[in-house]
Every structure is written in C-alpha cells, then in structure tokens.
Design a protein around this ligand. Structure first.
Ligand SMILES: Cc1cn([C@H]2C[C@H](O)[C@@H](COP(=O)(O)OP(=O)(O)OP(=O)(O)O)O2)c(=O)[nH]c1=O
Length: 191
C-alpha cells in the first residue's frame, strides 16, 4: 500500500516505533498542548479533543504540506481519567484502583491538514490480576510508570499484571495500528 508521507506530532517513542511498524514515512513535529480537562468533559470527549489539538498544534508549526497525525491515550476507571502519575503516592493509589479488576484504555487518533480531518477512537478493556504492595513499590522503582497513562506499560514489566485484554494491544501501547492504517489508506484514496 502506498501511504501518504506524514508528520507525527508526538514525543512518544512508542508511537514512533508503532508507526514505523506500518512502514509509513514520517517526520517529527513538536506539539505541546495544555492537557487540562475542561469542566464537565467526558473521557471520550477529552481524549478526542487532545488528539485533535496535538495534530493541529503540529500543523501550526509545520513548514511543509504534510498531513499531521496526533494521538492521545488515557486510562479510565469508573469514569475517572487516570493520567500520568506525578509521585509514588498517586501511582500507588492508581495501582490499588486497577488491582484485580478491569479498566478501559481509550486512544484517539487524528489526521489533519488545513482542509481535511479524519479521526479514530479505540477502547480496549484491560484486566489486571490482584497486585501486592511489594509489586506496586517494585514497579514504581523500575522507572517505567512515570511517563505512561495510568502509570503502566503493557509492553514492559506490567505485562505480568495483565490477565487478558479485549480490544487492541497497539492502542493500549499508544497507537492502534489497524485503525491508523485504515485512516492512512482512506486519506490516500481520496486524494
Ligand atoms: C496504558 C499504556 C500507556 N502507554 C503510554 C502511551 C503514551 O505514550 C502515554 C500516554 O500519554 P499521551 O499523553 O497519550 O502521550 P505522550 O505524552 O506520551 O506523547 P505525545 O503526547 O507527545 O504523543 O502512555 C504505554 O506506553 N503503555 C501502556 O500500556
């Protein structure tokens, strides 16, 4: 398949690796945005708004004419959005909430140009086995949770906590490859 060359508005190494897996040619563009939730905003509204905002921030900085891809991933439990943990206390609380039950990982992707916009939303159910206090402390000390939504990386040490998932593994890691590929195809076909 002949995909368009794109700009990736992301500083996430996981998103770069996933996009490279598709064989898409891309350049990187910076996209720093305010990630504060708006009052009354639902988790889905929030994650979609952020993916679009990242893509548009990238577009504003771009000096070429490439379409820009932005994505956002959040962990949701009982309708609460769990972001990246800032300290051990917050992380511990998050892990205690995720322990022995299921939660959702929601990833939104947006592909934009000045005249077009495509979006995808993927929700995955993730089931954690019960975690011990010792495991929670050891996981924090590994340094892995700090830059990740919900404080864990399914692709890393936290894989051992995951009993099963229902949905898209790549979406949990940060970029749903099946849906992203479809979006790129759709973009190319309608040029
Ligand atoms: C749940 C989960 C999240 N994550 C990561 C994916 C994202 O990088 C991060 C969620 O934060 P995001 O705010 O979506 O992304 P980011 O700040 O890392 O990168 P950018 O905004 O520049 O694109 O958490 C994993 O790597 N593994 C997981 O299992």
């Amino acid at each position: 398949m002949n995909y368009p060359t794109i700009a990736l508005a992301s500083s996430s190494p996981r998103r770069r690796e996933l996009l490279a897996q598709l064989g898409v040619n891309y350049e990187l563009v910076k996209a720093d945005i305010d990630e504060t939730p708006l009052p009354g905003e639902s988790a889905v509204e929030y994650v979609q708004r952020l993916a679009l905002a990242k893509a548009h921030a990238g577009l504003a900085r771009l000096t070429t004419l490439l379409p820009v891809l932005g994505a956002d991933t959040i962990v949701v439990v009982d309708n609460d959005i769990l972001g990246k943990p800032t300290d051990f206390a917050e992380f511990r609380q998050t892990m205690q909430r995720l322990s022995g039950r299921s939660h959702q990982v929601v990833t939104a992707v947006a592909l934009v140009s000045p005249v077009r916009q495509l979006q995808q939303l993927v929700t995955t159910q993730v089931y954690f086995r019960p975690l011990t206090e010792a495991e929670i402390s050891a996981y924090w000390a590994s340094g892995e949770p700090q830059d990740k939504a919900g404080g864990y990386g399914i692709q890393g040490l936290a894989a051992k906590f995951v009993q099963r998932i229902n949905g898209s593994y790549t979406a949990v890691v940060g970029l749903p490859l099946c849906e992203t590929e479809q979006m790129l195809q759709q973009w190319q076909e309608s040029l």
